[in-house]
Design a protein around this ligand. Structure first.
Ligand SMILES: *Cc1c(COP(=O)(O)O)cnc(C)c1O
Length: 402
């Protein structure tokens, strides 16, 4: 049998921390490794596979579009991107769309748009205030936007124009705003940075303050958008409307796509000021359109809210029974377990042994981001496995696993 993991170590940059598991196939909420073992996949390609693996709606759209027109560039009009744009606009509070190829690129585009707005309307203001423990992607500029030192240090000096302030504090934002500020950019719930849920009125207060200051509010919904929190967009959960919003992960249901959207007053790009070779390509837009339409037509968001609530209750019960868990949190199907010590890696390996895939995001935090189509039965199965994982974590024997 081919040792894929050894080959990866030989050929790849040694930059990606992977769980020692080679996945070769997926269907719905399940995935299989190269030894034929089956797993309940609560990582969903990092909150990407909203409809699980190889959903028929996505497969059908990809197959059809692959046989029709795969790529043209944006020199020409193509129909899938226009259909997807219309579906997004009709179902959100934003009125214009630009398609990119990843989350980082979408957020970077959103920041460029805010800078154009600043140049045109705010005397050249260009600074964007972001939050500590945020995550906005891996381009150089988005590394600076990301409020985590560990992402900054290897690449300093970083592009300027980003101020990281405490999350969930209006006061911190108020103190950081100057005449140079063009926007505040936040995740409605911080995903990669630990699944941090702000107070109910935080975003409303920030929205109000941005209005008072005349600056833009950008919501980075790359992770929270498309149903993940149990509302189609995260802004709906918190009762605010952003001026600019970014999307990616769940938007494509597995194909690489990003997008940023804006209200008319913030849609200030002039012809030629932004662009992309692949962005909005027919193949990915056909898949994204089919996925989003399925989500809307089948109340997948309602399922997310309902099953997410059950799963969170189950996690709370596990927490009540175990000293190893100090917090469980999240909304919808963006959930996290925080351990009392650095047990995340061991928990991931122990869960794999019992057929569950989960995602470590901090030494002491694992994230549960299953497909939005999971049933209560899938949630119960995961809870049973997690209960067993906690038992294993109690015994030092598991510590030998490497
Ligand atoms: C994942 C993520 C990004 C970056 O997306 P990539 O597709 O990895 O570039 C940006 N913002 C948020 C909120 C994310 O969760």
């Amino acid at each position: 049998m081919t040792d894929w993991q050894a080959l990866e170590k030989r050929y790849f940059f040694n930059v990606t921390k992977r769980t020692p598991l080679t996945l070769v196939r997926g269907a719905g909420v399940r995935a299989w490794d190269d030894r034929g073992r089956e797993y309940l996949d609560f990582t969903a390609g990092w909150a990407v596979n909203a409809l699980g693996h190889c959903h028929p709606a996505i497969v059908e759209a990809l197959t059809r579009q692959a046989q029709t027109l795969i790529h043209t560039s944006n020199q020409f009009y193509t129909t899938p991107q226009i259909e997807l744009a219309e579906l997004l606009v009709k179902n959100s509070c934003l009125s214009r769309v630009f398609f990119a190829n990843s989350g980082a690129e979408a957020v970077e585009g959103a920041v460029k748009l805010a800078r154009r707005y600043g140049k045109l309307n705010l005397n050249g203001a260009y600074e964007v205030i972001t939050a500590v423990n945020s995550f906005h992607g891996r381009t150089l500029a988005m590394t600076a936007a990301t409020g985590q030192k560990k992402f900054h240090e290897p690449y300093e000096p970083l592009p300027e124009g980003f101020i990281n302030v405490e999350f969930n504090s209006l006061c911190a934002i108020q103190k950081a705003i100057t005449a140079r500020t063009c926007a505040v950019m936040l995740e409605p719930v911080q995903g990669e940075g630990g699944v941090n849920v702000p107070d109910d009125d935080y975003l409303k207060e920030v929205r109000g303050w941005c209005d008072e200051m005349g600056i833009l509010l950008i919501l980075d919904e790359v992770q929270t958008g498309i149903g993940r929190l149990g509302t189609l967009f995260g802004y709906q959960m918190f009762g605010v409307e952003p001026d600019i919003m970014t999307l990616a992960k769940g938007l494509g249901g597995g194909v690489p796509i990003g997008a940023f959207m804006a209200k008319d007053r913030a849609a200030v790009f002039a012809p030629g000021e932004h662009g992309s070779t692949y962005g909005g390509n027919p193949l990915v837009c056909a898949a994204a359109h089919a996925g989003l339409k399925y989500i809307l037509d089948h109340n997948v968001v309602g399922n997310t809210r309902e099953v997410g609530d059950c799963l969170l209750k189950g996690l709370e019960a596990l927490k009540d029974r175990s000293d190893l868990i100090i917090d469980v949190r999240g909304r919808g199907l963006l959930l996290a377990i925080e351990f009392s010590s650095d047990l995340a890696e061991r928990a991931v390996l122990a869960a794999i042994e019992d057929g569950l895939l989960i995602n470590p995001i901090k030494p002491n935090v694992v994230r549960l981001i299953p497909p939005l189509i999971i049933t209560r039965k899938d949630a119960d199965e995961a809870l049973t496995i997690l209960s067993g994982v906690l038992e294993k974590l109690k015994s030092p024997a598991v510590a030998a696993v490497e």
